[in-house]
Design a binder for this molecule. Sequence first.
Ligand SMILES: NC(=O)c1ccc[n+]([C@@H]2O[C@H](COP(=O)([O-])OP(=O)(O)OC[C@H]3O[C@@H](n4cnc5c(N)ncnc54)[C@H](OP(=O)(O)O)[C@@H]3O)[C@@H](O)[C@H]2O)c1
Length: 335
Amino acid sequence: MKTFRIAIAGFGGVGRATARLLLSRRARYRQVYNADVRLVAVCGSRSGLASTDGLEEEQLTTLQEGLSGPAFIDESRADVLIEAGPTDFRSGGPGLAYLRSALSVGRDTVVISKGALVHSGRELRRLAQGSGALLKLSGAAAAALPTVDLVQHSLKGCEVLSVEGILNATTNYLLDAMITRGIGFDEALREAQAGGFAEADPRNDTEGWDTACKLLILANFGLGADLDMDDLRVEGIQSVTAERIAFWRGQGLVPKLVGSLSHVDDTFRAEVGIRTYPLADPFANIRGKDKAIRIVTDAMGETIAIGAGKEPLATAAAALKDLEHILETRLAVPR
Ligand SMILES: NC(=O)c1ccc[n+]([C@@H]2O[C@H](COP(=O)([O-])OP(=O)(O)OC[C@H]3O[C@@H](n4cnc5c(N)ncnc54)[C@H](OP(=O)(O)O)[C@@H]3O)[C@@H](O)[C@H]2O)c1
Protein backbone atom coordinates (compact mmCIF):
# COMPACT_ATOMS: atom_id res chain seq x y z
CA MET A 1 0.00 0.00 0.00
CA LYS A 2 1.42 3.37 -1.02
CA THR A 3 1.47 6.18 1.56
CA PHE A 4 0.33 9.68 0.50
CA ARG A 5 1.17 12.48 2.93
CA ILE A 6 -1.11 15.52 2.78
CA ALA A 7 -0.52 19.00 4.25
CA ILE A 8 -3.10 21.78 4.53
CA ALA A 9 -2.01 25.45 4.65
CA GLY A 10 -4.83 27.80 5.66
CA PHE A 11 -6.90 26.33 8.44
CA GLY A 12 -10.11 28.36 8.62
CA GLY A 13 -13.62 27.18 7.72
CA VAL A 14 -12.62 25.53 4.44
CA GLY A 15 -9.26 24.14 5.58
CA ARG A 16 -10.84 22.51 8.63
CA ALA A 17 -13.76 21.12 6.60
CA THR A 18 -11.24 19.65 4.16
CA ALA A 19 -9.26 18.03 6.97
CA ARG A 20 -12.39 16.48 8.51
CA LEU A 21 -13.64 15.14 5.18
CA LEU A 22 -10.20 13.78 4.28
CA LEU A 23 -9.93 11.90 7.59
CA SER A 24 -13.45 10.50 7.20
CA ARG A 25 -12.59 9.17 3.73
CA ARG A 26 -9.42 7.25 4.64
CA ALA A 27 -11.16 3.89 4.34
CA ARG A 28 -12.32 4.85 0.83
CA TYR A 29 -8.76 5.77 -0.19
CA ARG A 30 -7.50 2.42 1.09
CA GLN A 31 -10.27 0.51 -0.66
CA VAL A 32 -10.35 2.34 -4.01
CA TYR A 33 -6.68 3.34 -4.44
CA ASN A 34 -4.88 0.98 -2.08
CA ALA A 35 -3.45 4.18 -0.61
CA ASP A 36 -2.70 5.08 3.01
CA VAL A 37 -3.62 8.78 2.98
CA ARG A 38 -2.26 10.64 6.02
CA LEU A 39 -2.78 14.23 7.11
CA VAL A 40 0.78 15.06 8.16
CA ALA A 41 0.59 18.85 8.68
CA VAL A 42 -1.89 21.69 9.03
CA CYS A 43 -1.27 25.38 9.66
CA GLY A 44 -2.90 28.78 9.94
CA SER A 45 -1.09 32.12 9.86
CA ARG A 46 0.81 31.62 13.13
CA SER A 47 0.28 28.09 14.38
CA GLY A 48 0.06 24.51 13.18
CA LEU A 49 0.54 20.83 13.90
CA ALA A 50 2.52 18.04 12.27
CA SER A 51 2.88 14.27 12.64
CA THR A 52 4.56 11.85 10.25
CA ASP A 53 2.19 9.09 11.46
CA GLY A 54 -0.81 11.25 10.53
CA LEU A 55 -2.98 13.59 12.58
CA GLU A 56 -6.35 12.52 13.97
CA GLU A 57 -9.41 14.79 14.16
CA GLU A 58 -9.32 15.20 17.93
CA GLN A 59 -5.75 16.58 17.70
CA LEU A 60 -6.80 19.42 15.39
CA THR A 61 -8.50 21.57 18.01
CA THR A 62 -5.26 22.96 19.49
CA LEU A 63 -2.52 24.17 17.15
CA GLN A 64 1.01 25.01 18.33
CA GLU A 65 2.31 28.55 17.98
CA GLY A 66 5.18 29.04 15.56
CA LEU A 67 4.40 26.11 13.27
CA SER A 68 3.46 27.83 10.02
CA GLY A 69 4.85 28.95 6.68
CA PRO A 70 6.21 27.30 3.52
CA ALA A 71 9.28 25.94 5.34
CA PHE A 72 7.06 24.21 7.90
CA ILE A 73 5.09 22.53 5.08
CA ASP A 74 8.34 21.56 3.39
CA GLU A 75 9.63 19.92 6.59
CA SER A 76 6.47 17.79 6.77
CA ARG A 77 7.63 16.05 3.56
CA ALA A 78 4.07 16.12 2.29
CA ASP A 79 3.42 14.61 -1.14
CA VAL A 80 0.44 16.92 -1.68
CA LEU A 81 -0.23 20.46 -0.45
CA ILE A 82 -3.82 21.65 -0.13
CA GLU A 83 -3.75 25.46 0.03
CA ALA A 84 -6.80 27.12 1.66
CA GLY A 85 -5.57 30.52 2.84
CA PRO A 86 -7.30 33.87 2.28
CA THR A 87 -7.84 35.18 -1.27
CA ASP A 88 -6.15 38.44 -2.30
CA PHE A 89 -5.91 38.76 -6.07
CA ARG A 90 -4.15 42.14 -5.90
CA SER A 91 -1.08 40.78 -4.05
CA GLY A 92 -1.44 37.02 -4.54
CA GLY A 93 -2.09 36.59 -0.80
CA PRO A 94 -0.18 34.29 1.57
CA GLY A 95 -0.98 31.37 -0.75
CA LEU A 96 1.55 32.58 -3.30
CA ALA A 97 4.59 31.77 -1.14
CA TYR A 98 3.20 28.31 -0.31
CA LEU A 99 2.48 27.55 -3.96
CA ARG A 100 5.87 28.77 -5.20
CA SER A 101 7.61 26.67 -2.59
CA ALA A 102 5.56 23.51 -3.26
CA LEU A 103 5.49 23.65 -7.05
CA SER A 104 9.17 24.45 -7.41
CA VAL A 105 10.13 21.20 -5.64
CA GLY A 106 7.56 19.12 -7.55
CA ARG A 107 4.99 18.81 -4.77
CA ASP A 108 1.51 18.16 -6.19
CA THR A 109 -0.83 20.96 -5.18
CA VAL A 110 -4.56 21.47 -4.73
CA VAL A 111 -5.43 25.16 -4.63
CA ILE A 112 -8.60 26.53 -3.02
CA SER A 113 -7.76 30.24 -2.69
CA LYS A 114 -7.95 32.33 -5.85
CA GLY A 115 -5.45 35.14 -5.20
CA ALA A 116 -2.19 33.55 -6.30
CA LEU A 117 -3.76 31.92 -9.37
CA VAL A 118 -5.07 35.28 -10.58
CA HIS A 119 -2.01 37.32 -9.61
CA SER A 120 0.76 34.92 -10.69
CA GLY A 121 -0.96 32.19 -12.69
CA ARG A 122 1.58 32.25 -15.52
CA GLU A 123 4.51 31.83 -13.11
CA LEU A 124 2.78 29.03 -11.19
CA ARG A 125 1.96 27.13 -14.39
CA ARG A 126 5.62 27.43 -15.43
CA LEU A 127 6.81 26.19 -12.03
CA ALA A 128 4.49 23.17 -12.20
CA GLN A 129 5.55 22.35 -15.77
CA GLY A 130 9.20 22.68 -14.82
CA SER A 131 9.03 20.39 -11.81
CA GLY A 132 6.36 17.97 -13.05
CA ALA A 133 4.04 18.82 -10.15
CA LEU A 134 0.30 18.49 -10.68
CA LEU A 135 -1.61 21.73 -10.10
CA LYS A 136 -5.34 21.29 -9.42
CA LEU A 137 -7.73 24.13 -8.64
CA SER A 138 -11.39 23.12 -8.65
CA GLY A 139 -11.90 24.76 -5.25
CA ALA A 140 -10.78 28.12 -6.67
CA ALA A 141 -12.94 27.91 -9.80
CA ALA A 142 -16.46 27.81 -8.32
CA ALA A 143 -15.70 24.69 -6.23
CA ALA A 144 -18.69 22.31 -6.22
CA LEU A 145 -19.89 23.66 -9.57
CA PRO A 146 -17.77 21.83 -12.13
CA THR A 147 -16.06 24.36 -14.42
CA VAL A 148 -12.46 23.44 -15.23
CA ASP A 149 -13.27 19.71 -14.96
CA LEU A 150 -16.21 20.16 -17.29
CA VAL A 151 -14.09 21.59 -20.10
CA GLN A 152 -11.07 19.37 -19.45
CA HIS A 153 -12.90 16.05 -19.07
CA SER A 154 -16.57 16.09 -20.11
CA LEU A 155 -16.06 18.36 -23.14
CA LYS A 156 -12.55 17.16 -23.98
CA GLY A 157 -11.62 17.63 -27.63
CA CYS A 158 -14.36 20.15 -28.33
CA GLU A 159 -13.69 23.78 -29.12
CA VAL A 160 -15.28 26.03 -26.52
CA LEU A 161 -17.08 28.88 -28.29
CA SER A 162 -18.58 30.66 -25.30
CA VAL A 163 -19.05 30.41 -21.55
CA GLU A 164 -21.60 32.08 -19.27
CA GLY A 165 -21.41 31.55 -15.52
CA ILE A 166 -23.37 32.52 -12.43
CA LEU A 167 -20.26 31.98 -10.33
CA ASN A 168 -20.89 33.91 -7.10
CA ALA A 169 -23.43 32.67 -4.56
CA THR A 170 -23.80 35.96 -2.66
CA THR A 171 -24.71 38.09 -5.67
CA ASN A 172 -27.12 35.45 -6.93
CA TYR A 173 -28.80 35.41 -3.52
CA LEU A 174 -29.06 39.21 -3.49
CA LEU A 175 -30.48 39.57 -7.01
CA ASP A 176 -32.84 36.63 -6.45
CA ALA A 177 -34.17 38.20 -3.24
CA MET A 178 -34.60 41.57 -4.97
CA ILE A 179 -36.44 40.20 -8.01
CA THR A 180 -38.60 37.54 -6.35
CA ARG A 181 -39.41 39.28 -3.05
CA GLY A 182 -39.12 42.89 -4.15
CA ILE A 183 -36.75 43.87 -1.32
CA GLY A 184 -34.00 46.46 -1.83
CA PHE A 185 -30.25 45.83 -2.18
CA ASP A 186 -29.44 46.98 1.37
CA GLU A 187 -32.11 44.79 2.98
CA ALA A 188 -31.06 41.75 0.93
CA LEU A 189 -27.44 42.38 1.90
CA ARG A 190 -28.30 42.61 5.61
CA GLU A 191 -30.10 39.25 5.28
CA ALA A 192 -27.10 37.66 3.59
CA GLN A 193 -24.72 39.05 6.22
CA ALA A 194 -26.97 37.80 9.02
CA GLY A 195 -26.98 34.37 7.30
CA GLY A 196 -23.17 34.39 7.36
CA PHE A 197 -22.64 34.10 3.60
CA ALA A 198 -21.90 37.76 2.81
CA GLU A 199 -18.78 39.38 4.22
CA ALA A 200 -18.95 42.43 6.48
CA ASP A 201 -17.23 44.17 3.55
CA PRO A 202 -19.13 42.60 0.64
CA ARG A 203 -17.49 44.56 -2.20
CA ASN A 204 -15.37 41.68 -3.45
CA ASP A 205 -18.63 39.89 -4.26
CA THR A 206 -21.01 42.75 -5.06
CA GLU A 207 -18.58 44.62 -7.33
CA GLY A 208 -17.99 41.49 -9.39
CA TRP A 209 -14.36 40.76 -8.42
CA ASP A 210 -14.97 37.26 -7.07
CA THR A 211 -16.79 36.35 -10.30
CA ALA A 212 -13.95 37.90 -12.30
CA CYS A 213 -11.34 35.83 -10.41
CA LYS A 214 -13.18 32.56 -11.08
CA LEU A 215 -13.72 33.46 -14.73
CA LEU A 216 -10.06 34.33 -15.21
CA ILE A 217 -8.93 31.08 -13.56
CA LEU A 218 -11.28 29.07 -15.80
CA ALA A 219 -10.04 30.92 -18.90
CA ASN A 220 -6.33 30.64 -18.12
CA PHE A 221 -6.13 27.22 -16.47
CA GLY A 222 -9.05 25.48 -18.21
CA LEU A 223 -9.07 26.99 -21.68
CA GLY A 224 -5.43 27.92 -22.27
CA ALA A 225 -6.04 31.69 -22.37
CA ASP A 226 -3.51 34.19 -21.04
CA LEU A 227 -5.65 36.94 -19.54
CA ASP A 228 -4.83 39.47 -16.82
CA MET A 229 -7.43 41.12 -14.61
CA ASP A 230 -6.85 44.33 -16.65
CA ASP A 231 -8.19 42.51 -19.72
CA LEU A 232 -11.62 42.05 -18.09
CA ARG A 233 -14.46 44.56 -18.03
CA VAL A 234 -15.96 44.12 -14.55
CA GLU A 235 -19.33 45.47 -13.45
CA GLY A 236 -21.09 44.54 -10.20
CA ILE A 237 -24.60 44.72 -8.80
CA GLN A 238 -24.08 47.44 -6.18
CA SER A 239 -25.93 50.07 -8.20
CA VAL A 240 -29.02 48.00 -9.08
CA THR A 241 -31.98 50.19 -8.11
CA ALA A 242 -35.57 49.31 -7.22
CA GLU A 243 -36.60 51.03 -10.51
CA ARG A 244 -34.41 48.72 -12.62
CA ILE A 245 -35.74 45.68 -10.75
CA ALA A 246 -39.33 46.84 -11.36
CA PHE A 247 -38.57 47.39 -15.05
CA TRP A 248 -37.11 43.87 -15.47
CA ARG A 249 -40.04 42.33 -13.60
CA GLY A 250 -42.43 44.16 -15.89
CA GLN A 251 -40.61 42.75 -18.92
CA GLY A 252 -40.59 39.18 -17.53
CA LEU A 253 -36.81 39.24 -17.27
CA VAL A 254 -34.55 37.95 -14.49
CA PRO A 255 -31.20 39.69 -13.85
CA LYS A 256 -28.08 37.67 -13.03
CA LEU A 257 -24.46 38.63 -12.41
CA VAL A 258 -22.68 36.68 -15.12
CA GLY A 259 -19.06 36.09 -16.01
CA SER A 260 -18.77 35.45 -19.73
CA LEU A 261 -16.13 34.37 -22.19
CA SER A 262 -16.49 34.55 -25.94
CA HIS A 263 -14.04 33.19 -28.45
CA VAL A 264 -12.65 36.02 -30.55
CA ASP A 265 -9.61 35.73 -32.85
CA ASP A 266 -7.91 32.78 -31.14
CA THR A 267 -8.42 34.14 -27.65
CA PHE A 268 -11.27 34.87 -25.26
CA ARG A 269 -12.94 38.17 -24.50
CA ALA A 270 -13.91 38.14 -20.83
CA GLU A 271 -16.36 40.30 -18.94
CA VAL A 272 -18.45 40.38 -15.79
CA GLY A 273 -21.77 42.18 -15.69
CA ILE A 274 -25.53 41.91 -15.36
CA ARG A 275 -27.38 39.94 -18.02
CA THR A 276 -31.13 39.40 -18.07
CA TYR A 277 -32.88 36.16 -18.99
CA PRO A 278 -36.48 35.34 -19.94
CA LEU A 279 -38.29 33.07 -17.47
CA ALA A 280 -37.98 30.05 -19.77
CA ASP A 281 -34.17 30.21 -19.70
CA PRO A 282 -32.56 27.83 -17.16
CA PHE A 283 -30.40 30.71 -15.91
CA ALA A 284 -33.54 32.60 -14.84
CA ASN A 285 -34.29 29.73 -12.45
CA ILE A 286 -30.95 29.56 -10.62
CA ARG A 287 -32.19 30.44 -7.16
CA GLY A 288 -30.66 31.62 -3.89
CA LYS A 289 -27.04 30.63 -3.38
CA ASP A 290 -26.90 28.23 -6.33
CA LYS A 291 -24.45 28.65 -9.20
CA ALA A 292 -24.52 27.61 -12.84
CA ILE A 293 -22.42 27.47 -15.97
CA ARG A 294 -23.41 27.23 -19.64
CA ILE A 295 -20.77 26.24 -22.15
CA VAL A 296 -21.26 26.19 -25.92
CA THR A 297 -18.87 24.05 -27.93
CA ASP A 298 -18.48 23.37 -31.65
CA ALA A 299 -19.40 19.66 -31.47
CA MET A 300 -21.42 19.07 -28.29
CA GLY A 301 -23.62 22.17 -28.51
CA GLU A 302 -24.84 23.65 -25.25
CA THR A 303 -24.05 22.11 -21.84
CA ILE A 304 -25.42 23.46 -18.58
CA ALA A 305 -24.35 22.49 -15.07
CA ILE A 306 -25.98 23.72 -11.86
CA GLY A 307 -24.35 23.53 -8.43
CA ALA A 308 -26.16 23.73 -5.11
CA GLY A 309 -23.64 22.37 -2.59
CA LYS A 310 -23.61 23.57 1.01
CA GLU A 311 -20.49 25.43 2.12
CA PRO A 312 -17.85 24.83 3.34
CA LEU A 313 -18.40 21.07 2.85
CA ALA A 314 -18.94 21.42 -0.90
CA THR A 315 -15.66 23.28 -1.38
CA ALA A 316 -13.83 20.71 0.73
CA ALA A 317 -15.32 17.97 -1.46
CA ALA A 318 -14.23 19.79 -4.63
CA ALA A 319 -10.67 19.95 -3.28
CA LEU A 320 -10.73 16.25 -2.41
CA LYS A 321 -12.03 15.42 -5.90
CA ASP A 322 -8.82 17.06 -7.11
CA LEU A 323 -6.87 14.96 -4.63
CA GLU A 324 -8.42 11.79 -6.06
CA HIS A 325 -7.38 12.87 -9.57
CA ILE A 326 -3.85 13.21 -8.20
CA LEU A 327 -3.99 9.76 -6.56
CA GLU A 328 -5.19 8.23 -9.85
CA THR A 329 -2.41 9.88 -11.83
CA ARG A 330 0.35 9.07 -9.36
CA LEU A 331 -0.76 5.46 -8.96
CA ALA A 332 -0.94 4.97 -12.75
CA VAL A 333 2.37 6.73 -13.37
CA PRO A 334 4.53 6.61 -10.22
CA ARG A 335 7.23 9.25 -9.87
N1 LIG B 1 -15.93 29.73 2.33
C1 LIG B 1 -16.26 29.15 1.19
O1 LIG B 1 -17.33 28.60 1.06
C2 LIG B 1 -15.27 29.13 0.04
C3 LIG B 1 -15.62 28.57 -1.18
C4 LIG B 1 -14.66 28.49 -2.20
C5 LIG B 1 -13.39 29.00 -1.98
N2 LIG B 1 -13.10 29.59 -0.79
C6 LIG B 1 -11.75 30.10 -0.57
O2 LIG B 1 -11.17 29.30 0.43
C7 LIG B 1 -10.22 30.09 1.14
C8 LIG B 1 -10.44 29.90 2.62
O3 LIG B 1 -11.74 30.33 2.97
P1 LIG B 1 -12.23 30.25 4.48
O4 LIG B 1 -13.67 30.55 4.44
O5 LIG B 1 -11.73 29.00 5.09
O6 LIG B 1 -11.43 31.50 5.09
P2 LIG B 1 -11.02 31.74 6.62
O7 LIG B 1 -11.98 31.04 7.52
O8 LIG B 1 -10.80 33.20 6.75
O9 LIG B 1 -9.60 30.99 6.77
C9 LIG B 1 -8.42 31.47 6.23
C10 LIG B 1 -7.28 30.73 6.88
O10 LIG B 1 -6.07 31.12 6.25
C11 LIG B 1 -5.11 31.27 7.29
N3 LIG B 1 -3.97 32.08 6.90
C12 LIG B 1 -3.87 33.43 6.76
N4 LIG B 1 -2.61 33.76 6.47
C13 LIG B 1 -1.90 32.58 6.45
C14 LIG B 1 -0.54 32.26 6.25
N5 LIG B 1 0.39 33.21 5.98
N6 LIG B 1 -0.16 30.95 6.33
C15 LIG B 1 -1.07 29.98 6.60
N7 LIG B 1 -2.36 30.25 6.82
C16 LIG B 1 -2.78 31.52 6.73
C17 LIG B 1 -5.88 31.87 8.45
O11 LIG B 1 -5.10 31.66 9.60
P3 LIG B 1 -5.47 32.30 11.04
O12 LIG B 1 -6.64 31.47 11.50
O13 LIG B 1 -4.25 32.09 11.84
O14 LIG B 1 -5.79 33.74 10.77
C18 LIG B 1 -7.13 31.02 8.38
O15 LIG B 1 -6.90 29.79 9.05
C19 LIG B 1 -10.40 31.54 0.68
O16 LIG B 1 -9.36 31.85 -0.19
C20 LIG B 1 -11.73 31.53 -0.03
O17 LIG B 1 -11.76 32.46 -1.09
C21 LIG B 1 -14.00 29.64 0.22
